[in-house]
Design a protein around this ligand. Structure first.
Ligand SMILES: Cc1cc2nc3c(=O)[nH]c(=O)nc-3n(C[C@H](O)[C@H](O)[C@H](O)COP(=O)(O)O)c2cc1C
Length: 378
């Protein structure tokens, strides 16, 4: 294929794969696409290990890293008070609600004290200081792209990336955000519609992509949100995008980090089974609808906190829930969920990530052939 991003990034197919799983990143890159590792879940040391592994497995082919740098987070996280300040800002009623939830669903409680500290450390990754450490680790590797979401890339990220000669990408949910991202130095815009998995806005991909393409031209745009097939990829290019950026479709691949119980739920889910909820991170993020999302919306809920406090409350709990769900505990299975978009309804079989790439490319070619027949150019 031949689009602006294929040329610019040295790839065969304009298909970018966002994943927290290094195996998916390497598999997509090796299949001719462009894998992007989500760094937010990793400590700097762990990220270093993951990137070294990817370097060893992609044989010089291009891949990237995505760092979450939220524009706004709870003030306790940026107060300089470290983990203790964040933990002190979480009201007791949230821990009480959580303990009650484990009791109601008959799930053994995790060691909350230990989990609280571990989670506060991962919450620290979305502070400016935490994100900068991840950026430094990433730029010491031969990456072909650094991406950021949830706000304009901070000057430190743009400056350091420029110095290293690495293009900067930014995810946006509105045309206005796209304009700001380009002004802040983004070289590539990812227009992510509201049907996407993870943090997402409300405007659908079909409407957002042409708006963003027109707003930021000639800056190239990737379409994201709901894309899991080659037909949709063809539609995205028809809307003016130079390629696509997919996150959900990798979650049911053989390599994915998804736990078996959640993968099973995803394979059975329809496109109606997701919800935008603040219950995992404090910001609206699309995920599987489950007893967890329903309880946080219910009458007994104290309401989710802001980011990263809600991440600290939720992530240790979800780790325990996911682990216990594997043993067949019905309460844990009802609560278990993970971030995924509406295209979960199109994800019905487990395949290697490489095969997903090849299937999308074949489906794309068929779609283009169909369109050519429409215009009589076949
Ligand atoms: C499990 C999961 C985790 C995600 N985490 C991040 C993240 O840390 N940073 C980010 O920029 N985007 C994140 N996203 C959003 C993806 O980058 C991507 O834009 C989105 O998945 C595209 O829509 P789709 O899910 O319909 O393919 C995540 C998406 C999923 C499904």
């Amino acid at each position: 294929m031949n689009t602006e991003v294929c040329e610019r990034f040295g790839i065969e197919f304009p298909l970018f794969a966002f994943s927290h799983c290094r195996d998916v990143v390497a598999a997509v890159t090796n299949a001719g696409g462009f894998g992007v590792l989500g760094a937010v879940a990793y400590s700097p040391d762990r990220l270093e290990e993951e990137l070294r592994w990817i370097d060893d497995h992609v044989h010089g082919r291009p891949y990237g890293v995505d760092v979450l740098v939220p524009g706004k987070i709870d003030k306790s996280a940026e107060s300089g008070g470290g983990l203790d300040a964040m933990l002190a800002a979480i009201p007791d009623e949230h821990w009480t609600f959580l303990t009650g939830l484990f009791d109601k669903y008959d799930v053994p409680l995790p060691d909350f004290d230990k989990a609280r500290r571990a989670n506060a450390r991962s919450g620290a990754q979305v502070t400016k200081k935490g994100a900068t450490e991840l950026i430094d680790v990433s730029l010491a590797h031969p990456i072909g792209l650094i991406a950021s979401a949830l706000g304009t890339p901070p000057p430190v990220m743009v400056d350091k990336a420029r110095e290293a000669g690495v293009p900067v990408a930014a995810l946006v949910g509105t045309a206005e955000h796209a304009r700001r991202q380009v002004a802040a130095g983004a070289d590539l815009i990812i227009a992510q519609g509201g049907e996407a998995g993870g943090h997402t806005g409300e405007i659908s991909t079909m409407v957002l992509v042409p708006e963003v393409v027109d707003t930021v031209a000639p800056v190239p745009v990737l379409a994201a949100g709901g894309i899991a097939t080659g037909r949709q990829m063809a539609a995205a290019l028809a809307l003016g995008a130079s390629g696509v950026w997919c996150g959900s479709v990798w979650l049911t691949t053989e390599e994915a980090e998804t736990s078996p119980a959640v993968k099973e739920k995803m394979l059975a889910a329809t496109s109606r089974d997701t919800i935008r909820s603040r219950s995992r991170t404090g910001k609206p993020a699309r995920q599987l609808r489950s007893a967890w999302t329903e309880e946080w919306e219910g009458p007994a809920s104290p309401g989710p906190l802001g980011m990263p406090l809600q991440m600290i409350v939720a992530e240790g709990a979800m780790r325990q829930i996911t682990k216990v769900a594997e043993s067949g505990n019905p309460g844990a299975r009802a609560l278990a969920n993970y971030f995924v978009g509406q295209c979960v309804g199109l994800m019905n079989t487990v395949k290697p990530a490489r095969q997903v790439v090849y299937d999308m490319v074949e489906d794309f070619a068929n779609a283009v052939e169909r369109l050519n027949r429409v215009t009589g150019e076949d």
